[in-house]
Write a protein that binds this ligand. Sequence first.
Ligand SMILES: CCCCCCCC(=O)SCCNC(=O)CCNC(=O)[C@H](O)C(C)(C)COP(=O)(O)OP(=O)(O)OC[C@H]1O[C@@H](n2cnc3c(N)ncnc32)[C@H](O)[C@@H]1OP(=O)(O)O
Length: 184
Amino acid sequence: MTRSSRTSPPPGTPVPPAQLGAPPPGSALGSHYSRCFGCGSDHPTGLHLAAVTPDSTTVEATFTVGEAHQGAPMLAHGGVLAAAMDEVLGMSVYLFRKPYVTARLETDYVLPVPVGTTLHLRAWCNGITGRKAYLEAEGRVGAPDGPVAVRAAALFVEVSMRHFAEHGDLAAITAEHQDYEVNP
Ligand SMILES: CCCCCCCC(=O)SCCNC(=O)CCNC(=O)[C@H](O)C(C)(C)COP(=O)(O)OP(=O)(O)OC[C@H]1O[C@@H](n2cnc3c(N)ncnc32)[C@H](O)[C@@H]1OP(=O)(O)O
């Protein structure tokens, strides 16, 4: 992965262990918001990503590229692929039991991805320091050990739930998340 310094953890940044309260190994991960474009089951044209965590710190998901995801004829749109990567990255940092938002997302497009391809996505954390989480993801064609089509590196920044209250619709999120307090 060609990563910039902004998505590379400073030397010595620790990789956090599984957190108390994280889903146990092998768990399916639910959607964080039912109308999320990436994972929401109620989003009419979303990606509907369903993920599992094999070890409470990383995330695996599959995404089958459909006709709605085209950029060039019968080829996946790069922005849609970036959205899929953003989603699994977000799911993986969410395992650390704090609210984070994407601050920077870098993507390498390695192979063209035809409509009908199933990408096997995997995301993991390379380190957390202060509010900054350094994450990486890859999407492989057809199988977990298939050729890499997409790679991503990201910086996520921890926010308080007030971020969502001030800028979005907090009530819609808290209706689905009794596990976060707005004013902890
Ligand atoms: C429970 C519900 C979960 C819902 C999950 C939903 C997730 C999403 O939808 S993400 C959507 C897309 N992302 C966004 O909308 C984020 C928009 N950006 C922002 O709100 C702000 O810029 C935000 C929060 C990232 C950072 O702002 P702020 O809190 O003021 O922190 P700020 O001091 O600027 O930055 C914190 C640190 O991150 C660094 N940083 C911030 N942005 C970047 C960036 N783009 N590149 C590199 N470094 C950055 C800063 O340099 C700073 O580093 P240091 O602490 O070493 O000085």
